[in-house]
Design a binder for this molecule. Structure first.
Ligand SMILES: [Zn+2]
Length: 387
């Protein structure tokens, strides 16, 4: 890789700067020669948190603090792309185009309202830039290294960098765009931040059935994202059609996997909605997040719900009472053995040989309370299962 150290003033870097509100990114600088946010770069994040970071960038310049090195990638045609420094340059460009204010003598000032000497100070500040030329893989590998400083790339942002191209650009315009009116609705089911690519990652995960990287590689040169959008919308529509009520626990569920496993099955959406409401209210259900998968799977796998079990004190009290009564009647302290005809009819089990069972099955509304608890010998308890 070839590198060269250069110097540009803030005015030069921000010449021709345009901030695109819709895509939430700075586009060009150096009179169009510099692409500030190449398609594999992340969204502009410094405006978050009431612009704390973008204000800090401008204040640093006013105090003549060093802003650190910038890194540009020089393309074969001589044009430049920002590899590192996108957030800083966008902050400066946004300030020079009066997009936000900084405090001076306890008053907010936009750039063009600042005294001329301060405007000049900012415009004439020099920034150091490393311009690099190399192969695509060299540049990308190095980009991943230098980005350890600042806000680290998360795994999806890295994938966007590695598989940059028309597909990623289009996909980001839908799934990484916080101005997309659907985001609010999607947040009921998808956890994370739009700008940090969590929605894009989820959409890719659903369409690829968990093979995100392979999918991005295969579709890298696609000029449409129809399949990605259709699958995402199908999954959301399917969930909405099954569960009428909304619960916070719905957010962040692996709905794509549920869809793959269950969308060919018919469901009665009224019954599903009612059952979900009952389980969500049931104090024995310790894992409310498991309710949806439990219902989709036919309400059989109670492990998903982590149903509250009988505590040791309850088991001991029930064991003592049952054993005392059994001795008195001359039968086994396992009520099922006592009804049998075999050798175990009068067997008295030790407490360690018995297990607690719901008399009325939990799945049929039996509660985890002492009056619904019976101790069974291990063989009978396991044979009974969870009917
Ligand atoms: Zn038994």
């Amino acid at each position: 890789m070839h590198t060269e150290l250069k110097q540009y003033t803030v005015a030069e870097l921000c010449e021709g700067f345009v901030y695109n509100e819709l895509e939430e990114k700075g586009l060009y600088g150096l009179s169009g020669k510099l692409t500030i946010q190449p398609e594999y770069q992340r969204n502009y994040l410094y405006a978050e948190d009431n612009g704390r970071k973008e204000v800090a960038v401008v204040e640093s310049v006013l105090k003549q603090y060093p802003l650190g090195l910038l890194y540009f990638n020089r393309l074969p045609d001589g044009r430049l792309e920002v590899l590192d420094g996108q957030q800083r340059i966008t902050s400066l460009g946004r300030f020079l185009t009066d997009k936000f204010s900084v405090m001076s003598n306890e008053l907010p000032f936009r750039f063009h309202a600042l005294p001329k000497d301060k405007q000049m100070l900012i415009e004439n500040t020099s920034l150091l830039v490393y311009e690099c030329e190399g192969t695509e893989s060299e540049i990308k590998q190095w980009f991943q290294t230098i980005n350890i400083a600042g806000i680290p790339l998360n795994p999806q942002e890295e994938l966007n960098a590695v598989y940059s191209g028309p597909f990623v650009t289009l996909a980001r315009s839908v799934f990484s765009n916080s101005r997309n009116a659907n985001v609010q609705k999607w947040s009921a089911y998808v956890r994370g931040a739009v700008k940090r690519q969590d929605f894009l990652h989820t959409a890719l995960d659903w369409v690829s059935h968990g093979q995100v990287e392979e999918y991005m590689q295969a579709h890298r040169r696609d000029t449409q994202i129809d399949e990605l959008q259709a699958q995402f919308e199908d999954v959301i529509a399917w969930v909405e059609s099954l569960f009428t009520d909304h619960y916070n626990e719905m957010c962040g569920q692996p709905w794509g996997r549920y869809y793959d496993n269950y969308h060919h099955q018919p469901y009665d959406h009224k019954a599903m909605t009612a059952q979900a409401a009952t389980l969500m209210d049931d104090p024995c259900v310790k894992n409310r997040k498991g309710v949806f998968e439990y219902l989709l799977g036919g309400a059989t796998d109670t492990r998903l719900l982590d149903v509250r079990v009988f505590d040791e004190a309850t088991k001991r009290r029930v064991y003592r009472r049952q054993t005392e009564e059994a001795r008195h009647a001359g039968v086994s302290n396992c009520p099922l053995c006592a009804m049998g005809h075999e050798a175990h009819r009068t067997k008295i089990y030790k407490e360690s040989e018995m297990e607690a069972d719901h008399v009325a099955a939990w799945s049929r509304g039996g509660q985890t309370t002492e009056d619904n608890c019976q101790m069974l010998c291990r063989t009978h308890n396991r044979a009974k299962g969870n009917r």
